[in-house]
Design a protein around this ligand. Sequence first.
Ligand SMILES: Cc1cc2nc3c(=O)[nH]c(=O)nc-3n(C[C@H](O)[C@H](O)[C@H](O)COP(=O)(O)O)c2cc1C
Ligand SMILES: [Fe+2]
Ligand SMILES: [Fe+2]
Length: 385
Amino acid sequence: MEIVKNVYWVGVKDWNRRIFDSLIPLPQGTSYNSYLIVNKKTALIDTVNPGFEEKLRENIEKILDVSEIDYLVMNHAEPDHAGAIPYILELSDAVLLTTEKGAEVAKSYYGVPKDRTKVVGDGEVISLGSKTLKFIHAPWLHWPETMFTYLVEDRILFPCDFLGCHTAYGFYDDEVPEIIYYAQRYFGEIMMPFRNMGKKAMKKLKELEIDIIAPSHGPIYRNPERILSAYEKWTVGETRRKVIVVYASMWGATEKMVNLIADILLSEGVEVAVHNLAFADIGEIAKDLVDSRGIVLGTPTVLGGMHPIALFAVSLVKALRPPLRYGVAVSSFGWSGGAMKQISEMLSPMKIEILGAVEVKGYPSEEDLEKLRRIAKELAEKVKG
Ligand SMILES: Cc1cc2nc3c(=O)[nH]c(=O)nc-3n(C[C@H](O)[C@H](O)[C@H](O)COP(=O)(O)O)c2cc1C
Ligand SMILES: [Fe+2]
Ligand SMILES: [Fe+2]
């Protein structure tokens, strides 16, 4: 696929992939986008996931022989993009272009020797002839070594993972109607913990004229404005009048409480996303954490503490560092409890204002329900305020 003259997509579509990082469901698979720039010198930008090396070679060889590659750009060292680096270096005399940190990782992960690597500085340019590559350091998106590559004459940005999304569908953004949904899932899963670094990177991108964004997962944006304006909001942690409800419940007591809160929030005009952890899609939770202002966590006591699946979910919420401002915790127990103590301990280091923590024995009484109504109304006021 030729994107603009002499710039080709030579990646692969992994339609069958259903899980990433042994954690994140991929309902529509993903793609590993690799790009070939043909000029006096030839550059390959990022490679593909292990197992797809032959397919990458096949795609490149529709255009030229792999041995003709002069530069192999490694924007990011994670194996889904860097896994085929040893394969390409074996078949060519290409020099690996990467950051200083990238060079270290290339050595430790892929055994790339120093004499096959050239470290590029922030803002450094390399001429391919009539086309120029400019390297933009953008660390911690989402590993320490990450950078972007910008093709100056064609105004194409290659940001690797940043701005991408997991779907094998479509080739261009306008061919995938739900692209922002997939991009939001992806942002929540991968980039949200590094929002501040994302904000810095967005600032650097403002200095560039960008016609096309060619990320390493998902469709190519020939209309870059939509994804850039979405990232503008997500990286600064702009939230909506929205509450995410995440809970586990074995016999319905906790569920009764969270449902009451959800109903009241809805009647107060607050957007609500409810996730029952027994069958929730983690990607969906990550997506809703990106722009939720409040969270309701519910768990019964199981064996003296939180339900294990709620324990997992709360650790994940903490790790993803969402821009939540307000929280409510509810819990039910049978005899001596313990879940609420644990959930409070876990939430205390987070910058969330806890508006209420309701723990009931068995099913909630009318008095408990009244208390929950009051808390739900307060939560609604806060997220609307
Ligand atoms: C497997 C299992 C383990 C439990 N462990 C405890 C416990 O250690 N301490 C306690 O107070 N209640 C315990 N309970 C009782 C539940 O916390 C109680 O039934 C609660 O009301 C369930 O809420 P739910 O309907 O939201 O699931 C346990 C229940 C089950 C099924
Ligand atoms: Fe990555
Ligand atoms: Fe990736």
